[in-house]
Write a protein that binds this ligand. Structure first.
Ligand code: NAD
Length: 205
């Protein structure tokens, strides 16, 4: 029996990359998945965007592991769309046990004083506020369910120390670590099944 048997996990940025890997790994351990991704272009981002086909590929991968998945195209900047995806996911899959707030971008690699207002703001809106939105819509369901839960926020080594020419990414990822550093004791924590507070951990890359 897998370690996530009977659990349902929300993964943002699930169409490709690390998000798809999180979804697949969790499904391999028995979890059903609520997969959210913009699956489209982001203003100020110049590398090729994920697509609806990429998200469909994640669906295929999870179903290939005999797990259920509800996939929605939604923007983590849009709290209402996120909330609707989570509601629909819980409606179809029955519960919510965990969150992986993974969706993120990298744009505008340049000295901080050359960043355009929109480049800075888009970064903060997605990589920091988007993580908050994800937890904002998910955590009340974990609390209401009353069985604990796991909340994983994806930061970066750029959240531990500044990397040159991505000041806005550094700021957002430091913010993610700050966001995770003080869970109120009544909130679900990263210790599955418990409601105690934990310190953030960071896998260094
Ligand atoms: N790749 C790395 O080396 C690295 C290192 C450290 C941290 N990270 C972090 O890991 C996470 C995943 O990165 P990745 O390398 O898999 O990137 P990726 O570009 O392959 O995947 C990111 C996914 O997030 C989605 N996304 C972007 N903006 C979104 C939005 N507004 N709403 C919903 N979905 C959105 C994209 O469509 C994409 O599918 C990011 O938070 C990133 O900052 C990556």
């Amino acid at each position: 029996m897998g370690r996530m048997e009977g659990k349902v996990v929300l993964v943002t940025g699930a169409a490709r990359g690390q998000g798809r890997a999180h979804a697949q790994r969790l499904a391999a351990e028995g979890a059903d998945i609520i997969a959210v991704d913009l699956a489209g272009p982001v203003e100020t981002v110049t590398y090729p965007p994920a697509s609806a086909d990429d998200l469909a590929e994640t669906v295929k991968a999870v179903e290939g592991l005999d797990r259920r998945i509800l996939a929605r195209q939604a923007d983590v900047r849009d709290t209402d769309a996120l909330a609707a995806a989570v509601r629909d996911g819980i409606g179809e899959l029955g519960r919510l046990d965990g969150v992986v707030a993974n969706a993120g971008i990298l744009n505008a690699v340049k000295p901080s004083w050359e960043l355009a207002e929109e480049e800075w703001q888009t970064m903060l809106d997605i990589n920091l506020s988007g993580v908050w939105h994800t937890t904002k819509v998910a955590i009340p369901h974990l609390i209401e369910q009353g069985q604990g839960g796991s909340v994983v926020l994806i930061s970066s080594t750029a959240g531990l120390r500044g990397i040159p020419n991505i000041a806005h990414y550094n700021a957002a990822k430091h913010g993610v670590l700050g966001r995770s550093a003080r869970w109120p004791t009544s909130s679900p924590s990263t210790a599955s099944g418990s409601t105690r507070s934990t310190r953030p951990t960071c896998a260094r890359r």
